[in-house]
Design a protein around this ligand. Sequence first.
Ligand code: BGN
Length: 285
Amino acid sequence: HQSDFSIKKISNDEVKRPSRKQLGLTNSLHIGRHFTVDLESIDVPFGGKWKPSTIDSSIISEKIAVLVPYRDREEHLKTFLSYIHPFLQRQGRYYGIYVIEQHGDEPLFCKGLLFNIGFNAALEDDDYDCFIFHDVDLIPEEDRNLYTCKDSPRHLSVAIDKFNYTLPYEQLFGGVTALKTSHYRQLNGYSNLFCGWGGEDDDMFKRLYRHKLKVSRPETDIARYKMLRHRQTPLNPARYALLKTSIKRASEDGLSSLETMGYQMTSTSRQRFFSHILVNIADRN
Ligand code: BGN
């Protein structure tokens, strides 16, 4: 299943953006005292898709897409990529990394919308069975934390250093999650309406509840993550109000309403360590 992922170019918005260096070709990375990884040593084909060389494609049981919504955090992205590739390769996964980058006039970061766009774009690229929804600032610490989909949706970032390696609340479904393609469709994806920090994951939890899909989690001593430091991003002022209507909106707000959302796919391309989906989101106000 091949696609022309690198060819689509819809608008000229890219000229308005500040020019960026090719990501991650030379840097050595440091997070905390114990971690140092050299991106140059990462062995992955251009475009960030990889499969175990010993495996015949026809017998691969699960294809995994890792979706990473992104804006303006180049250092984090480099660090993330330098860890995630070796991590997934040690686990012997067939995988592709998709970075969905927001630009345009919308001041707030619309994570759910980016996830939905990334989901469709990745499926145009390959027939993925399993999606990992991944914050760029979370680095898995344990190889035993398997990036795979099971019969129930999984919440993988159970124990984050920032929260002293404990789960802040039982309904938390943010950070890193794994859902089968069929489940994500059934849930109508994420809400497109959450822009700014907070709430889109709580809204997703309500969707799971609505479909009686139980969340499963790996053990706390396995599902450990380091969170990269950053300033608090602007909050979503509408999150409390939106969360009151989660169930009511669920069937109309998500994958099914993407076309009405007023965004543009600026480009899709292969970069050195990932496939890149650049999305222009216009200011909603
Ligand atoms: C919650 C956020 C989540 C976030 C977790 C962990 C909201 C909605 C209003 C209650 N939820 O408070 O989105 O993942 O914290 O940081 O802000």
